[in-house]
Design a protein around this ligand. Structure first.
Ligand code: TXA
Ligand code: MG
Length: 367
């Protein structure tokens, strides 16, 4: 089988069961040889390499331009194999695994000595995840090794939710991408640290803090809003938290809040940019699209369907860049359940944020 290539990167896009088997075999053999293969998960595409091979892992950092102090998540196909990579497994971890693995939850545990330091950026802990995407599971099983995989984007840009996004960022820098279509969750996994008691939420995702607390029957601390910018003081719990992320090329201005006051603020901001002759793109919810007349409007879905919004968010950010806008004005939504993960990504993508001041006005809170 001759697979198509984009600048030397193989596009493994299987359109039949037989081809899928071939694509998986080739991708798995690449991983065993120390090469880089991007693959679909239910959250976003990951950029995989053998987690136990320091040289292979170093290539991930190089291809992404990722800071060396930002540790990787190790992906495994089975719960017991995952826990074998931890020095110690608290009962809470077993409980969470029973409910959420395979699935979009990453657990931080004390690391086993057989994981090289480069994989965990020198930390004595390791982030572990058993993804639920069938292609990811089959690939990891076939490779027979734990796979280190950050999101398969250039460091700082929106995470990829299609194989085309991966190629747009990394073609020519990685060996292959396994195409599994669109990712169903669309936002990266929830990261929870079990190094502390009570456990700590480090990154919000599809598995919400409330869901974790329901299963554990205890409080989970929320550290996900710490280090929203690189200047914040204090120790960094999850190194990835301190970097600007998910950002489109065009500067994004986020207006938080809701209802009529938010809409008026959005309009004022949008009109200001149009007056300056900027090519404006709006990122809106279904409910407000009819109020705005900018030529470029990207609609994320209804406020009442956060799962659809999550699925489309990174796609929408990339689309705005593709449409060639030079400034983006986006509206925020309520920070409830999955809304929390959506707002976490939007805030990190934003250059500037406006928030209601509680007195009927708005103030700048970032930038
Ligand atoms: O959904 C996902 O998690 C995707 C897919 C591919 O599985 N992966 C992903 O990886 O989002 P990445 O590298 O983009 O984000 C990993 C996050 C970073 O914020 C990193 O700092 C944090 O997890 N992390 C990794 N190991 C850690 C550790 N030992 N302690 C604390 N945080 C850790
Ligand atoms: Mg990432």
């Amino acid at each position: 089988m001759q697979w198509p290539q984009v600048r030397g990167t193989l596009l493994l896009s299987p359109h039949s069961d037989r081809l899928e088997e071939k694509a998986l075999m080739l991708a798995a053999s690449f991983l065993r040889e120390g090469k880089l293969v991007a693959f679909p998960t239910e959250t976003v595409y990951g950029l995989g390499a053998n987690a136990l091979n320091p040289l292979a892992v170093s290539q991930i950092f190089k291809a992404k331009g990722r800071p060396a102090d930002n540790p990787l998540i190790v992906h495994i196909a089975g719960i017991e194999q995952a826990f074998a990579l931890a020095r110690e497994v608290p009962p809470e971890a077993r409980l969470l695994a029973r409910y959420f693995w395979p699935g979009p939850l990453t657990m931080v545990l004390p690391k086993h000595q057989n994981i090289p330091n480069i994989t965990t950026a020198g930390l004595s802990s390791v982030a572990l995840r058993v993804p639920s995407h069938p292609l990811a599971l089959r690939l990891i099983r076939e490779a027979g090794i734990p796979i280190a995989a950050p999101s398969a984007n250039i460091s700082g840009s929106p995470s990829p939710t299609t194989a085309a996004h991966v190629l747009a960022d990394l073609a020519g820098h990685i060996d292959a991408v396994l195409d599994g279509g669109h990712c169903s969750v669309g936002l990266e996994s929830t990261v929870v640290s079990l190094l502390s008691s009570p456990p700590a939420l480090l990154r919000p995702g599809w598995v919400t803090r409330g869901m974790l607390e329901d299963i554990l029957k205890k409080k989970v601390m929320d550290f996900s809003a710490l280090h929203m910018d690189e200047q914040s003081p204090g120790p960094v719990l999850s190194p990835g938290m301190k970097y600007r992320h998910y950002a489109p090329q065009a500067p994004l201005f986020l207006v938080e809040g809701e209802g009529e006051p938010q809409r008026r603020q959005l309009m004022a901001l949008a009109e200001g940019f149009v007056m300056q002759g900027r090519r404006l793109g709006l990122l809106l919810f279904e409910e407000s699209k009819s109020y705005f007349s900018a030529p470029v409007k990207v609609v994320l879905g209804s406020r009442s369907d956060p799962a659809a919004v999550a699925r489309r968010l990174f796609y929408a950010l990339r689309k705005l860049d593709f449409l060639g806008v030079d400034v983006i004005v986006a509206e925020g939504l309520e920070e409830k359940d999955l809304g929390k993960a959506i707002m976490n990504r939007l805030r990190k993508a934003a250059l500037k944020i406006m928030r209601p001041d509680g007195k009927g006005g708005f103030l700048w809170v970032k930038g």
